[in-house]
Design a protein around this ligand. Structure first.
Ligand SMILES: *Cc1c(COP(=O)(O)O)cnc(C)c1O
Length: 378
């Protein structure tokens, strides 16, 4: 690759997968015929069933987005006080705790997986701790066994933010089978989407009843409202698009696997660049993201330099996740937000960069992006 001109059009970090308009029109016709736009309609019912199967989980409740779903997860388990979580995640994770009047307690992360460091959780537990809210960051599974072990010893609940982990499996088991509840996000930028949407999955029938009440204002029937619920319902149009998208997700995953291989080929030998994820052989990943870590001392350029320099070539990368949640103005006064408490997360937050990753990207695009990246070396 010698041609290092900027891309003619901006290459964004991701692009949503679009179904064909014909498919959507056909489903819209079904909805128009049914005269049912929201509130547990036929599309909603069918999508719940299809996703339960696809994610290999016992129970699933659809939501209008992942954030509301996670808020309801906290309510359904009656979490309170303090919840131990990770600072290396999207803003929604700690915010959901705050909206439940829960104090997020930030625990440092593992330097390989970038997920919450299961060995450090125990030291963060206080008499106020009620749960662990872990995130399968970039779809790499957390150390689910160790986390469950700590939780069991201290009587804590475990909730997973699996927003990045659609279709991820450990030894053939769907990632949603671990902990008390897992949340999936079906936002347009995720590997699988319903435009906006989300789900909670879990293994308890009574919990499903409670969750389904909570997402519909706590309305049990025309005469009874039994708990202070919220509006978390997914509408029929989004549910129908979600049903169509189920037919796209594996193809999109395969395309991303191919692109990830090329990133790997091109970047494996570049000193100071490390391509994530590193994962055990028994794990099925979804390759939703392409994340690198840049070690400035070895590469000769900082992550921030690379981020800025890429823009000159019309490549728009993202600093996922920077800033850390512990650096947000609303959380940095917390005791657990101190840099001394989060040494690994603070290093990683300065090193990570998400590179463009979506099925429509061509292999040549990826080779060129890598060539551009290598040209920054010093
Ligand atoms: C996308 C995302 C969410 C929020 O999901 P929405 O469906 O956008 O509300 C939460 N946590 C993580 C880690 C995410 O990436």
């Amino acid at each position: 690759m010698t041609n290092l001109e900027p891309f003619e059009k901006i290459i964004f970090v991701t692009r949503p997968v679009f179904p064909t308009l014909e498919e959507v029109t056909e489903k819209l016709q079904d909805i128009w015929n049914s005269k049912w736009l929201t509130n547990n309609g036929p599309q909603h019912t069918m999508l719940e069933r299809e996703l339960t199967e696809s994610l290999k989980v016992p129970y699933l409740s659809l939501f209008n987005n992942g954030t509301i779903a996670l808020m309801v997860a906290c309510q359904s388990l009656r979490l309170s006080g303090e919840v131990i979580t990770t600072p290396f995640t999207f803003a929604a994770t700690p915010h959901v705790l705050s909206w439940n009047n829960i104090t997020p307690i930030f625990c440092d992360v593992d330097k390989e997986t970038m997920n919450i460091d299961a060995d450090k959780i125990e030291s963060m537990i206080t008499p106020h701790t009620t749960a662990i809210l872990a995130v399968h960051v970039f779809g790499t599974p957390c150390d689910v066994e160790k986390i469950q072990d700590v939780a069991d010893r201290y009587g804590l609940r475990v909730v997973y933010d699996a927003a990045h982990a659609f279709g991820v499996e450990i030894n053939g088991r769907g990632i949603g089978n671990f902990g008390d509840i897992s949340m999936f996000s079906f936002h347009a930028t995720k590997l699988y989407h319903t435009v906006e949407g989300g789900a909670l999955v879990h293994g308890d029938k009574n919990l499903k009843r409670r969750i389904d009440l909570l997402k519909n204002f706590g309305i049990k029937n025309e005469e009874e409202v039994v708990m202070p619920g919220i509006n978390g319902k997914l509408n029929e149009i989004c549910a129908a698009i979600g049903r169509i998208m189920l037919g796209y997700v594996e193809d999109e995953r395969q395309k991303r696997i191919r692109l990830h291989k090329i990133y790997n080929e091109e970047l494996a030998d570049v000193d100071g660049i490390k391509l994530m994820p590193n994962c055990a052989a028994d794990v099925k990943l979804n390759y939703q993201y392409c994340v690198i870590r840049i070690d400035e001392k070895i590469f000769g350029r900082s992550r921030d330099y690379v981020y800025g320099a890429f823009k000159n070539f019309n490549v728009y990368t993202r600093k996922y996740f920077h800033p850390l949640c512990s650096d947000y103005t609303c959380y940095r006064q917390l005791n657990s937000s101190r840099v001394e408490n989060l040494p690994v997360a603070n290093v990683i937050g300065q090193q990570v960069l998400s590179l463009p990753m979506y099925g429509e990207l061509t292999e040549d695009d990826v080779r060129k992006i890598c060539a551009i990246l290598k040209s920054f070396r010093r």
